[in-house]
Design a protein around this ligand. Structure first.
Ligand code: ZN
Length: 446
């Protein structure tokens, strides 16, 4: 029916475009680092009324080079107050969006060290304050609220404490450890993410949320929103257990966390985080009215495997996150609504890609530079990425295609990947030689 289709389309395309825009400021990461971050232990104090944040983070790392004299972290627009190491203050410089720390003596490869950094700021991105709704939530650009290494390939654990006013419900990355009284009537919420994940997936959200909890197998499903009844939330997220089941089957890897939480917040285009996703109130209302408009719910949930568990090693291979999530949402539509829904989704992706191609802006899906993506570049990563996966499925057939996907996901679960890793897994899983397909469709080699 026309209205159905219209709603479906609007939330499928507009949502994803905005999502990328929101994530862009994260790209300023230090390349060729001389160290690997093992974990972050942080306490964050967001002030919803004044839109400010202060925090302290202990970064534990291991040096991967010899004779390291300085190290750099991403800090967005945050002001750095102090850097300490073994109880002593260290000197630091502040190049744009970075903090460069002077080590007391050159570090040797294989040794470990902790650095404690205090900071504050008024983030314009990365942390969304909505005082009129008593909401605060993170938006991808983690270095705007947590000094860190903002590169997807450096996965690390997180022990996060967020100090919030009493009376708010909060969710964060990892398992809830405690909620205890803090200073001045606040509540200190603490979560621990014990499996290393990329820092862009670190996050939290707080507000006056109503909550519905459901069990699916061993997974606890939580649905939260403000201005929605429990019945609304149950209806909006009614397909979540089936989506989770579907992707676990396609991935051949079970959902990893104990909990998957979906939160409707004041304004977001939709974003995945470790163990949870944020969607907007407007999208929630659209799904309440039109239960078939669930592509974005599926897209974000697909990221729990393709993006979160198997992550592009750097942004040059970003299509492995977004082309996958976009394609997987179409595959779910096929499972849920039939082949015609899948064909529609893929055709929509093809048409968007074709516009870019007609304009002469087609290029390799592996970007040499993703620092300033154009709208066409985004279309390539999302829509062409999804379309190429569809072509690959056509090329080798369903059985071999999904065998390859299972091989790829299981082989690289918890790791970081390049497009070549994907090709090799698909070849191993399917038994097909795919070099010429990849040359043609992905790299645009003659
Ligand atoms: Zn996405």
């Amino acid at each position: 029916m026309p209205r159905r289709l219209r709603n479906h389309r609007v939330y499928w395309t507009v949502g994803l475009l905005c999502l990328l825009t929101a994530r862009e400021p994260a790209r300023g990461q230090a390349e060729n680092r001389a160290f690997d971050v093992l974990g972050y232990v942080a306490t964050i104090r967001p002030d919803i009324e004044t839109r400010r944040v202060s925090g302290e983070v202990t970064i534990s790392l291991r040096f991967s080079s010899n004779d390291v004299k300085t190290i750099e972290f991403d800090r967005g627009e945050l002001a750095i107050e102090e850097v300490r190491h073994e109880g002593k203050r260290l000197g630091f410089a502040l190049p744009p969006r970075r903090v460069r720390v002077q080590l007391p003596k050159p570090a040797a490869r294989g040794t470990s060290a902790d650095f404690v950094i205090s900071y504050h700021g008024e983030p314009k991105t990365g942390l969304q304050f909505v005082p009129e709704r008593q909401q605060v939530y993170t938006i991808f650009s983690t270095s705007q609220w947590l000094v860190c290494v903002d590169a997807p390939g450096d996965k690390a654990t997180l022990d996060l404490q967020v100090v919030l006013p009493a009376g708010l419900r909060a969710i964060g990355s990892g398992a809830l450890v405690s909620e205890r009284p803090g200073p001045d009537g606040t509540i200190v919420h603490r979560w621990r993410q014990t499996q290393p994940v990329s820092t862009y997936l670190f996050g939290f959200a707080a507000g006056r949320f109503t909550e519905v909890e459901a069990m699916h197998g061993k997974t606890t499903l939580r649905y939260l929103g403000d201005g929605f009844s429990r019945d609304d939330l149950s209806r909006i997220f009614a397909d979540t257990p089936d989506i989770l089941e579907f992707f676990a089957g396609r991935a051949g890897v079970a959902y990893r966390d104990a909990t998957y939480t979906q939160v409707l917040v004041a304004n977001t285009a939709g974003q995945e985080a470790s163990g949870f996703s944020l969607l907007s109130d407007a999208y929630g209302r659209a799904v309440r009215e039109e239960p078939t408009a669930i592509s974005l719910i599926a897209h974000e949930l697909a990221h729990q495997w393709w993006g979160n568990l198997v992550t592009c090693r750097d942004w040059t291979h970003f299509w492995l996150n977004e082309g996958f999530a976009t394609f997987m949402a179409a595959a779910y539509d096929e499972h849920r609504f039939g082949p015609e829904a899948y064909r529609r989704d893929i055709e929509r992706a093809r048409v968007r890609y074709e516009e870019v191609r007609q304009n002469g802006d087609d290029r390799s899906l592996v970007f040499t530079d993703w620092n300033r993506p154009t709208p066409s570049d985004r279309t390539l990563v999302y829509q062409k990425g999804a379309y190429v996966l569809h072509l690959l499925r056509q090329e080798i057939g369903d059985e071999r295609f999904w065998a390859g996907i299972r091989r790829y996901t299981a082989t690289h679960a918890g790791g970081s990947v390049t497009t070549d890793d994907f090709r090799r897994s698909m070849e191993e899983g399917s038994g097909a030689n795919l070099q010429s397909f990849f040359d043609r469709q992905i790299y645009l080699r003659p």
